[in-house]
Ligand binder design. Structure first.
Ligand SMILES: Cc1ncc(COP(=O)(O)O)c(C=O)c1O
Ligand SMILES: N[C@@H](CCOP(=O)(O)O)C(=O)O
Length: 462
């Protein structure tokens, strides 16, 4: 299995190389050269399997010879051992035909743990074998950062620097990043929004002297390993609802497009997914684009679902690559135009995108009303991101096909929004109950590439 860049100019890599590399050297994102498929029988055989066994079957065809089967099984076992639900990703019924896939039972209470815990284990195994070290730099709107820190804190051969937008993440999210005491953890509060953080991260990858000097690695969903791990729960959910004999639809609260893209990969692998619905908050550039209005940046408006306050949705590049018939030059041109403010999608590519994804948006009021409604009528406490998904799913679902909405974070990560909507303040689970008593440690820093690079070089712990 080889991985190629969406911009067509970087060398093809193995799974291990692509995972440790992060962004391709031509600025593109790595994708598998071909998408392996699972036969109908192989999907049917997932019935009754543990989450870990499903994970092995789904991901094995993508990893080549990076790990032996035994090594990979052990890695998967360690990755999910810390989850506090036996099913790992349980399904609960919200309404007849509408299910919630709870992805918040990992250590940092968001779906990011599914991939980050696995990547943490894969990095450790690969780095130990190579006798190597890396500097991980990540950009976060709140959840990726805490999940990455949890996965890599205290490791001898890794420093982890997380760029988050100062004042634009919830207090719980910030404290998850600023309270770990390990010397290899560095939380950087950037004066800017998430798009600024992600842009500076990509700038660092495109500065080869810096990149090679610090052995830069990335654990945002630019890293294919992140997307791959997220493919698994589409299989586990669909199979428990009757796949492959029955079609299932998914609605995905969307920002950087990694999670919904994982659903697309599951469908390409043979999982019978009817609709893949992109749900955005008021920062609705993806919804506008998928309705044929082009991809044009506006201002980012802070919302009660801050993790989705994103305009430059990095994995949309992977979707465009396929929509443009895997033409790397076309994608490189679009990304150049995005740097100038935006681009229009060709008619042919638009058709492919609209055949692949549906979309919808939820305003702030609609999100709050959905949190209140879910609590009142379904007895379910939703985080604001999940509520965006539920609102869009309820509008778009076909009652004849089961709809699964991804519940991407625990409501206790966003207690203010949940309390405002329901009058009920969700508690943090016991392992985080003293979060607000722990001392914080972070560096406030400008949205300045030079300052960021200097800070990183001067603060490496190894
Ligand atoms: C809680 C939550 N929901 C939804 C999303 C959007 O997911 P994606 O960026 O994969 O589209 C994020 C951020 O990634 C998130 O943290
Ligand atoms: N919502 C994310 C943004 C980064 O997304 P990623 O999936 O590319 O890491 C966050 O919580 O940080």
């Amino acid at each position: 299995m080889r991985y190629i860049s969406t911009r067509g100019q970087a060398p093809a890599l193995s799974f291990e190389e692509a995972m440790l590399t992060g962004l391709a050297r031509d600025g593109g994102l790595y994708v598998p050269e071909t998408i392996p498929t699972l036969s109908r029988d192989a999907i049917a055989a997932l019935h009754g399997q543990s989450y870990e066994e499903t994970a092995f079957t789904v991901m094995r065809p993508f990893i080549g010879d990076t790990f032996t089967d035994d090594e990979f099984r052990e890695i998967i076992g360690r990755a999910y051992a810390g989850f506090n639900h036996g099913a790992r990703a349980p399904l609960v019924q919200l309404a007849p035909g509408h299910f919630l896939l709870e992805l918040f039972h990992g250590p940092t209470l968001a779906f990011k743990d599914f991939a980050m815990q696995l990547i943490g284990q894969m990095f450790q195994a690969a780095l130990a074998r190579r006798g190597d070290r890396v500097t991980i730099v990540g950009a976060t709107s709140g959840d990726t950062g805490s999940a990455a820190i949890e996965a890599f804190r205290g490791l001898a051969n890794v420093d982890v620097f997380i760029l988050y937008p100062h004042g634009r993440v919830s207090d719980v999210q910030r404290r998850q990043m600023t309270t770990p005491a390990e010397a290899n953890v560095h939380a950087l509060a950037v004066d800017g929004d998430f798009d600024d953080c992600q842009a500076r991260l990509k700038d660092m990858f495109n500065d080869f002297v810096f990149r090679d000097g610090v052995r830069l690695a990335g654990v945002n969903s630019i890293n294919w390993g992140r997307v791959l791990a997220q493919v698994v729960y589409y299989f586990s959910a669909a199979v428990s609802l009757g796949a492959p004999d029955r079609e299932v639809s998914f609605t995905v609260p969307t920002g950087n497009f990694g999670d919904i893209f994982a659903g697309y990969i599951a469908r390409r692998m043979g999982l019978p997914i009817r609709d893949l619905v992109v749900a955005t908050n008021q920062n609705d550039i993806l919804d506008r684009c998928l309705r044929g209005q082009g991809y044009h940046k506006t201002q980012v408006h802070p919302s009660i679902s801050p993790s989705m306050d994103i305009q430059v949705s990095s994995n949309f590049e992977r979707a465009l690559f396929d929509a443009y018939g895997r033409d790397g030059n076309a994608v490189a041109q679009l990304m150049g135009e995005l740097g100038q403010g935006g681009f229009d999608v060709s008619q042919g590519a638009m058709q492919v995108l609209q055949d692949t994804y549906k979309s919808g948006r939820a305003s702030e009021q609609e999100t709050t009303a959905t949190i209140a409604m879910a609590r009142r009528t379904m007895g379910e406490l939703l985080c604001p991101h999940s509520a965006v998904g539920v609102k869009v799913a309820e509008e778009q679902r076909d009652p004849a096909v089961p709809m699964v909405t991804l519940a991407t974070a625990h409501p206790a990560k966003f207690p203010d929004a949940v309390e405002a909507a329901t009058g009920h303040r969700p508690d943090l689970p016991p392992h985080m109950s003293d979060l607000f008593d722990r001392p914080e440690r972070f560096k406030r820093i400008g949205n300045d590439l030079g300052a960021l690079k200097t800070h990183i070089k001067e603060n490496l712990s190894v």
